[in-house]
Write a protein that binds this ligand. Sequence first.
Ligand code: G6P
Length: 291
Amino acid sequence: MPVEVLEDKVILKDSKGSSAEVYYFGATVTSWKYRGKELLFLSKKSLLDGTKGIRGGIPIIFPQFAKATDSSAETAALPQHGLARISKFEWNGVSVDNESEVSVRFGLNNSQVPENLQKDWPKKFKLIFTVTLNDDTLKTNLSVKNEDTAPFDFNVLLHTYYSVPDISKVSVEGLQNISYIDKVKNFITVVDNDKSVKFTQETDRIYGNVPTEIIKINISDESNEAFLLQRINLKDSVVWNPWIDKAKGMSDFDDDEYKQMVCVEPGHVAEYITLKSEESWEGGQIIQYKH
Ligand SMILES: O=P(O)(O)OC[C@H]1O[C@H](O)[C@H](O)[C@@H](O)[C@@H]1O
């Protein structure tokens, strides 16, 4: 069976031995294995019981990235990173199942969100999240429909945690000469001329309006192993590693795990998207594992 539907999650398997797991909680992809090799980071301290957002994999950030900086924003009352990652999605079934590809869907509408969060953002909406597995390629796609009578504003981001053996050997290419907001340095705007981003300290950057088609995450400077990230309708990109002190402050993250992960998160977060009543927005990412 290419798709196993369990009580708390769905497991996808393709014909070549690759697999992916998606929890209903947050529709969070928690595992993507290329023929048995895990490619996503999931903290060993992550809670998976629905009491807190999952620490690792691909949490969906919607409709607010971080906390709203403007207290008059429609999403200002929502907790950090919004409501999707802490809401249980419904299982919408298998959409594709053939020799080369398996694809599944999850849905969330406003009435399925925990009640306290519904009050924080009283909008009518429908999300459909599609996960497609094809050997060395994982595709995650989100559609947002405004089912309200008035327009609403939202951010969206796919908070992807890659598994890496050693962060000191990782480099991210495709962001050269693009200005970013440095959250570690008091939100100053910086342009980096370096060919690639390397990690030697806490890194938390919002790159806005990235024109590059492919962002390349080199897993190691000693091999050709890399992730090729293609963004669809997601113009911004967040790059994050908490490093030593932040890691120690996170209850659901082991002190040393910052060495084994990097987040490269395509999204639309520098500005809000305004969606009119009855209109839909769609975006996503295609990640290919090169080895
Ligand atoms: O701890 P969380 O709420 O999951 O957020 C984890 C991280 O998400 C993003 O990458 C933000 O840019 C970071 O500032 C934040 O620390």
